[in-house]
Write a protein that binds this ligand. Structure first.
Ligand SMILES: [Mg+2]
Length: 120
């Protein structure tokens, strides 16, 4: 599931011209961070979409875009999605099996001590 989504996200980025020139990993990581900052600002401004999401099912593309622009774009949920999209695009670009590495890390983390031995 995650790898399928990764493939689709990366292919969309290729199709949209984001890979017409070689990409820089550092820049891509900064772009992920920019989405994290956007999520922070959305939270600070209490921009959440939860109550509007159900309205998007079954709309035509034109209606969807209009409703998305007015009730989802730039919300906390939208920015979290942007973070994952950028992470998955980077994984797709580098040929990383993200699903396998998430499972590895979850198994490893399950064996760690409370709060991984940290204060928080
Ligand atoms: Mg964003």
């Amino acid at each position: 599931m995650i790898n399928h989504l990764t493939k689709c996200i990366h292919q969309n980025a290729v199709d949209k011209g984001f890979y017409d020139n070689p990409r820089n990993t550092g820049e891509m990581l900064c772009l992920i961070h920019s989405e994290v900052s956007e999520a922070l600002e959305a939270d600070r401004e209490n921009r959440y979409a939860s109550n509007n999401v159900a309205k998007l099912d079954g709309l035509s593309d034109e209606e969807f875009k209009s409703t998305f622009d007015s009730s989802v774009k730039n919300t906390f949920e939208d920015e979290l999605a942007d973070i994952l999209i950028r992470v998955m695009d980077l994984a797709g670009y580098k040929g990383i099996d993200l699903e396998k590495h998430i499972n590895f890390k979850m198994r490893y983390n399950a064996m760690r001590e409370s709060k991984h031995g940290k204060k928080y």
